[in-house]
Design a protein. Structure first.
Length: 122
């Protein structure tokens, strides 16, 4: 017979778990850093880095336009989300599990907005 044991985490354990992966709040900064060369139009058309669609790979002017907008969104929202994540992390009134959810949500919003901006611009 299999016996299932479900452990209920205390709030202290949840906070400790969040602190172990608190580095996640810096991921939006990574988006900002990765987006900067795209804004500066330093990345030529390639199959690895940037907005890669049939349209962008077919034309250099479309490539630079689409990647400029995707990079600009990444830089602006990346910096904004990093600031929001820092405020979330420092907040004493938000539980640890909610901090993680809010941090990951901010990161997903930046990634999604970057992709949408690049596709719309192409």
């Amino acid at each position: 017979m299999v016996q299932w044991i479900f452990a209920v985490k205390t709030s202290e354990e949840n906070v400790r778990g969040y602190k172990q992966v608190a580095w996640v709040r810096f991921i939006p900064l990574l988006f900002a850093v990765v987006g900067m060369p795209l804004v500066l139009k330093m990345v030529p058309p390639n199959p690895f880095y940037g907005v890669r669609t049939e349209t962008t790979l077919a034309s250099a002017s479309v490539w630079y336009k689409a990647n400029f907008w995707a990079g600009l969104v990444a830089v602006v929202l990346g910096l904004f989300a990093a600031g929001a994540n820092a405020a979330i992390h420092r907040s004493a009134s938000i539980p640890g599990n909610m901090k993680m959810l809010m941090t990951v949500s901010a990161t997903v919003v930046v990634a999604g907005a970057m992709a949408v901006a690049g596709i719309i611009a192409s």
